[in-house]
Design a protein. Structure first.
Length: 168
């Protein structure tokens, strides 16, 4: 059974999902991601079961803005991911929660929580969010985690959903 966790994290200054730098030996102001870092290869978190037994998500694909797409500064674009509810639990009130809050001015800007349309087992859903790029060139690496209806992380052992765009 494959489990997918959706996460988006915008990083221009090295902040990771836990607020630490991408390279733990360097402070946030010393670590910069650049276009040459794209795509960032995410690692899997330690295995952990989904919050609800039988819940499962499958990443189908990036509908818009595949990794390392170039977007100009101060532009607003729409990111769309397609997921499948691959489990037996209906997704009611689920959302994607951005990990790197509060957002900084030099990061790609999104809403903090992206609602997911109620999705029954076996159904696919397109999840969309608007992204506004910063004025400075760099790499936006933004991660989201899927939350279930009561606000808990649905798949604590799953990898976050992310987008990676090159600004400039």
């Amino acid at each position: 059974m494959a489990t997918v966790v959706l996460i988006a994290v915008a990083v221009n200054r090295g902040s990771g999902t836990d607020g630490h730098s991408v390279n733990p030996s360097e402070g946030p102001s010393q670590t910069w991601l650049s276009a040459t870092d794209c795509p960032v290869r995410a690692t899997n978190p330690p295995w952990s079961p989904p919050v609800h037994e039988g819940d499962s998500a499958k990443f189908i694909g990036d509908i818009t803005l595949p990794d390392c797409t170039r977007v100009g500064p101060r532009q607003t674009v729409t990111k769309v991911w397609r997921l499948k509810n691959a489990g037996t639990v209906p997704w009611k009130g689920y959302s994607l929660h951005r990990l790197d809050l509060p957002q900084q001015p030099d990061q790609c800007q999104t809403v903090p929580d992206v609602p997911i349309k109620d999705t029954g087992p076996g159904e696919m859903v397109d999840i969309r969010t608007d992204i506004t790029t910063p004025s400075k060139p760099g790499l936006c690496y933004v991660r989201f985690k899927m939350m279930e209806g009561s606000g808990r992380v649905a798949f604590p052992g799953g990898r976050p959903l992310n987008f990676q765009i090159i600004v400039g």
